[in-house]
Write a protein that binds this ligand. Structure first.
Ligand SMILES: C[S@@+](CC[C@H](N)C(=O)[O-])C[C@H]1O[C@@H](n2cnc3c(N)ncnc32)[C@H](O)[C@@H]1O
Length: 199
């Protein structure tokens, strides 16, 4: 299995990440996650979104997928401490998602990582293979703005300016691959947006 990390996808510190996303559960609901939806959050890090996703999606499972074992270990500890039983950490590569999940899922969420993906077609096809019929692929991206403008707690944050993707670039990378079509554009102020795709 390839376990190479995408560029510029380090896990943010929760101090400023929490300022930027004060209500991750509400964000996930805006992204269409509901009770009973099984979810794979790909590139989950230590679970800033995967943990609330598991609380919302229960009793359906949330598979939290990442290449970084240490982040998954942190996530497992947090899930145990918080008594979240439907969260399943999975070590795996977004490029071969279907191979590491035990079953197809209703939502594949790729948050704050698509900007670093080297072979976008491969990751999009892998997401398609991992989805159950009628499922959605949700991509959350930093806005394509200069990094100097996306400040949190007084410092520029997020990936370098030149690798950020506009909605049009994201759409172009996903639509038409494995039959995906855009279903919704979600604004996530102050610095993010999401696109929801269906097949
Ligand atoms: C910027 S963090 C985002 C974490 C989380 N999605 C969030 O938004 O809070 C990106 C994560 O993607 C993971 N990652 C990088 N390359 C990956 C790959 N090829 N497959 C799966 N995960 C990957 C990194 O280890 C990191 O935890």
């Amino acid at each position: 299995m390839t376990v190479e990390s995408f560029e510029h996808t380090g896990q943010p510190d929760w101090d400023w990440w929490g300022r930027l996303w004060p209500a991750p559960g509400e964000t996930l609901r805006d992204l269409g996650v509901e009770a009973g939806d099984s979810v794979a959050e790909v590139g989950c890090g230590n679970g800033y979104f995967a943990l609330p996703a598991a609380r919302i999606a229960a009793p359906a499972p949330v598979y939290a997928v990442d290449v970084d074992e240490s982040l998954l270990a942190e996530l497992e500890t947090l899930a145990d401490r918080q008594g979240v039983e439907t969260l399943h950490p999975v070590r795996g590569d977004a490029r071969s998602l279907g191979d590491v999940l035990p079953e197809p899922v209703d939502r594949v969420i790729l948050a704050n990582a698509f900007h670093g993906v080297d072979d976008r077609g491969r990751v999009v096809r892998a997401a398609a293979e991992a989805l159950a019929p009628g499922g959605q692929f949700v991509v959350v991206n930093w806005a394509a703005r200069p990094r100097a403008e996306t400040t949190v707690l007084g410092e520029p944050r997020g990936p370098p300016t030149d690798c950020r993707l506009s909605p049009d670039e994201t759409r172009a990378a996903v639509e038409g691959v494995a039959g995906f079509t855009e279903r919704a554009h979600v604004s996530l102020p102050p610095y993010h947006y999401a696109l929801r795709f269906e097949r």
